[in-house]
Design a protein. Structure first.
Length: 560
């Protein structure tokens, strides 16, 4: 018995019809000597769709799919169609150089379907999101804590889809800014999507919502970030800016394909959180005096080290602000420019265009600078040029990826820097971490167990004799986080730096030429009397600035 499957037959007929359409489009492309394009596999740039509205595109059987400056790539069914010619003429009058491609009706439908995503953009464009309107200002006034963000999102989820998507997205952004979050994580699971903020370096759950809502929010994020809407299964990076009153906040977007949908992380580059005066970073008095002395020198190199997110860039910006005067020229090579400093020449690297830290540093040296800041030293040539700049009368600031200050010297030697000139060029190596500060409103004095007491006593005993050690009371106390509305119930509010530094003195110079290990350099530096990360951290613990648990989260207290 033969069973007739109508759905299967209809599917086969549609596939044959689609194939005929594509074959016809390919034949027409040969006839008109124009390239053939299949928009089901070719990325459609959302910004190009803005060149004409959906009604005009459908009437003219046309679909813009890529724009680069004034060059516009356009897919058409029939280049001699009267309405098509009319629309192309209008585009040319606007100053666009229109390049035609032949495509099938099915291809155009793929592009036209993406107009629905543009409907959620409301007077915005890729690269700039103006949320300085009254509604957003009101959100910022009402959102002060994580529970406020959660409540607003849940209330908005009950609204109609056509209105809620933009509002939810604006609440997510406003909430991150209001709570001082550094990153927004949107992570799809099988049946729901999780929203988290990184507050003071730690991820905090905000709310969960449905997959359908996330799909629309994802399109909104991609549109604003200048990403390809119809690309799935590959990583993309983009950016956009938010204007709030006179402040420009840049959002760096990273989209990564996950098991269920694209995972999104948006980094919030808020100038207010990056612009911290040198005096407020948490540097000890003795180290602060040494840094000031080093900053007053006409040449030399100061390197800050530490893992990603340890505040290295903030420290370098604090250095620049401290020394900036109208009679010196400062040039920075960064990626990205996180904070704009008036009166300082700042340049941003772009690897896609071949503009790297190395080429930026070479160009900066031709600009007659007094001070140069290089965002990161990561290869031999950049290291050598930075060292030579220090030796030829420039003050150089940069960062390096090592675990501690002592590791700076072997790392530079590994990068090919001559040990004999390294000691003349490098004035000081610093290492740093960021720890969360205890909320002063709700912190509570607590007893320590015997193990923790031994750890603290052991580290205090290693602190060199001097004014700093004299300030440490023999009857010290420690505090623990409790949680209150002022600190989003976390027990912590804000962050502070934990620092160590090594000056390049005669003892360091002697050991450098022997191809030393980190341990050799640390031993040679002990006589300088500067805190290690462990010592500086423990002092902040017994001063009630942070907790022992928080310090142990970022600093290995056994490495004494």
């Amino acid at each position: 018995m033969v069973v007739f499957n109508e759905d299967r037959q209809n599917k086969q007929l549609k596939e044959l019809k689609d194939l005929d359409e594509e074959n016809l489009a390919q034949r027409l492309s040969l006839k008109y000597t124009l390239p053939y394009t299949d928009l089901s596999v070719t990325p459609v740039n959302a910004e190009s769709l803005r060149m004409i509205d959906e009604a005009t595109a459908r009437a003219g059987l046309i679909a813009p799919f890529s724009v680069n400056g004034h060059k516009l790539e356009v897919a058409v069914v029939a280049p001699q169609n009267t309405k098509t010619i009319e629309v192309i003429g209008e585009l040319k009058q606007k100053g666009y150089e229109v390049n035609l491609h032949i495509a099938s009706i099915n291809s155009l439908e793929v592009a036209w379907a993406q107009y629905k995503d543009l409907s959620f953009s409301f007077e915005t464009k890729a690269g700039a999101l103006d949320i300085s309107n009254e509604e957003i200002s009101e959100i910022l006034k009402n959102v002060k804590s994580v529970p406020d963000v959660k409540k607003l999102i849940e209330e908005t989820l009950a609204l109609k889809k056509s209105h809620r998507i933009t509002k939810i997205f604006e609440i997510i952004l406003s909430g991150a800014i209001a709570t001082g979050s550094s990153d927004i994580h949107i992570e799809p699971e099988e049946s729901y999507v999780r929203l988290r903020y990184r507050l003071d370096g730690v991820l905090v759950d905000i709310v969960q919502f449905d997959i359908a809502t996330y799909s629309l929010i994802l399109s909104r994020i991609k549109l604003l970030s200048g990403l390809k809407l119809n690309v799935r299964g590959s990583a993309q990076d983009g950016r956009f800016s938010i204007k709030i009153e006179d402040a420009d906040i840049e959002i760096r977007t990273s989209v990564l394909p996950g098991a269920y949908n694209d995972s999104v992380v948006m980094r919030v580059l808020n100038p207010k959180s990056i612009s911290v005066p040198l005096e407020e970073l948490g540097i000890s008095d003795s180290l602060f005096a040494i840094i000031q002395k080093q900053l007053n020198k006409p040449n030399g190199m100061i390197l800050t080290t530490g893992p990603t997110g340890s505040g290295k860039t903030t420290t370098l910006y604090a250095f620049l602000k401290k020394i900036h005067t109208s009679d010196i020229k400062i040039i920075t090579i960064e990626n990205p420019i996180e904070y704009h400093l008036p009166g300082i020449v700042q340049t941003q690297t772009d690897t896609q265009k071949g503009y790297t830290f190395l080429s930026g540093l070479r160009a900066a040296l031709r600009q007659d600078p007094d001070v140069i800041m290089v965002g990161e030293i990561r290869d031999n040539e950049t290291a050598e040029i930075a060292v030579n700049a220090s030796l030829t009368g420039h003050l150089v600031f940069s960062t390096l990826h090592t675990n501690n200050a002592a590791g700076t010297y072997p790392r530079l030697i590994d990068l090919g820097v001559n040990p004999k000139i390294l000691t003349s060029a490098l004035s000081m190596a610093m290492a740093q971490r960021l720890v969360r500060k205890l909320c002063q409103n709700c912190r509570k004095e607590t007893k320590v167990n015997d193990t923790d007491k031994k750890t603290i006593d052991k580290i205090i005993a290693t602190i060199p004799e001097g004014p700093d050690k004299q300030k440490i009371s023999s009857s010290w106390s420690v505090y623990e986080p409790i949680g209150c509305p002022q600190c989003n119930m976390t027990g912590y509010k804000g962050r502070i730096g934990v620092y160590e530094a090594i000056l390049t003195d005669e003892e360091i110079e002697k050991v450098i030429i022997t191809n030393p290990s980190e341990r050799d350099i640390r031993k040679a530096a002990d006589r300088q009397g500067l805190y290690t990360l462990q010592q500086d951290g423990i002092v902040k613990v017994i001063n009630g600035q942070t907790s022992l648990d928080e310090l142990e989260r970022v600093v290995d207290l056994d490495a004494v």
